[in-house]
Design a protein around this ligand. Structure first.
Ligand code: SF4
Length: 350
């Protein structure tokens, strides 16, 4: 089978079956960029709402460049992986300075911008500018490894680069964007992961080696991932009347610059929590168990235990604790979704 044989059936299938997605309606370079960054690590259905909200608040690249960080992180709240949006803002500033607020119509220049890898650069170049550049992500690698029964490890950069070169050589110069999207779409709705591939409705089933040999479940091949590190934490929902405590995370590292509920390493007992609260120069009045929660990041898992602690007065508090009013703070302090299990305790009415 020659790779170019997949082009025609894929394009006709895509024309007839493509999903109506908000970012496909007006695929400007900025729209493609925002959607592709959001879609990394997040499902299409979940992205739709965020996408509309983000573009309503920041309709142009200039708006993104000028947006205050708190507002930006708030717009991203719930999507996770906040470095993505911070890099978008860095890139937006560069685009305003160097390119007058328009993403350049040049693959290499796009690729040099912060937070943009070959996949996103390829998507913007091909979909928005009609340039003959591939957009290869895990979905596309999965599809192609099955069609060609290629057993190389798709997590290797060298494998990705080879696939990019092979696709670039054969992709149609007149419809590069539609071709890339047809492959992405196939990976998203037909040639889906694990044992779920819907080969019977696949437009390239007659060309697919894995389908012919009954080996679909064996592809793609991936080297085993390293186990995530587990961190135990105790999360404190410290309340004083209508106010609750947050602190700002450091400017560098995981969830940098976001606000969080005060927390400590390890699982503390009620007595230890009381002592920890006293060490913050607060007077605990009442403590209540807020249950356990888990949050999974790419390399680390937080296993959390929470406590609601009511305190008497916050005037002499120590450290970088900030007490904010439940009502006034709405929308102002971005708290990462890692803590979402505990948000209800500070949102519930007195
Ligand atoms: S035939 Fe099945 S395994 Fe092959 S590309 Fe289509 S969906 Fe994927």
């Amino acid at each position: 089978m020659k790779l170019e044989e997949i082009i025609k059936p894929l394009l006709s299938w895509y024309e007839e079956n493509k999903r109506d997605l908000p970012w496909r309606r007006e695929p400007t370079p900025y729209h493609v960029w925002v959607s592709e960054i959001m879609l990394q690590q997040t499902r299409v259905e979940a992205v739709k709402g965020y996408y509309e909200r983000f573009l309503t608040a920041l309709p142009q690249i200039e708006d993104l460049a000028a947006c205050p960080e708190n507002k930006l992180l708030k717009l991203w709240e719930g999507l996770g992986y906040y470095n993505r949006v911070k890099n978008m803002q860095k890139a937006a500033k560069e685009i305003v300075l160097k390119y007058g607020g328009e993403l350049p119509a040049d693959y290499e220049e796009i690729l040099e911008l912060p937070g943009i890898g070959s996949y996103t650069a390829g998507a913007i170049s091909s979909i928005a500018y009609g340039l003959k550049k591939p957009a290869v992500d895990g979905n596309v690698l999965r599809v192609l490894s099955r069609i060609t029964e290629n057993g190389e490890d798709i997590l290797k950069q060298s494998v990705k680069r080879r696939v990019e070169q092979e696709l670039e050589a054969v992709m149609p110069a007149d419809r590069p964007g539609a071709f890339n999207q047809s492959l992405m779409e196939l990976g998203a709705v037909v040639c889906i992961p694990n044992g779920m591939a819907k080969c019977q409705v696949c437009p390239v089933q007659h060309l697919c080696s894995a389908r012919a040999h009954g080996t679909v479940l064996e592809y793609p091949k991936k080297a085993a991932k390293k186990q995530r590190r587990i961190e135990e934490k105790t999360v404190l929902l410290i309340q004083n009347g209508q106010e609750y405590a947050v602190c700002r995370r450091p400017d560098k590292g995981l969830l940098a610059g976001l606000y969080e509920f005060p927390n400590m390493d390890g699982w503390l007992t009620e007595e230890e929590v009381i002592r920890a609260v006293e060490a913050l120069k607060l007077m605990p009045l009442h403590i209540k168990n807020a249950g356990e929660a888990k949050h999974i990041f790419s390399h680390v898992e937080w296993h959390m235990k929470g406590y609601v602690v009511r305190v008497a007065s916050t005037e002499k508090r120590a450290g970088n604790l900030l007490f904010i009013d439940k009502k006034e703070s709405k929308g102002k302090y971005p708290i990462p979704s890692a803590f979402s299990a505990y948000r209800k305790y500070i949102e519930e009415d007195e």
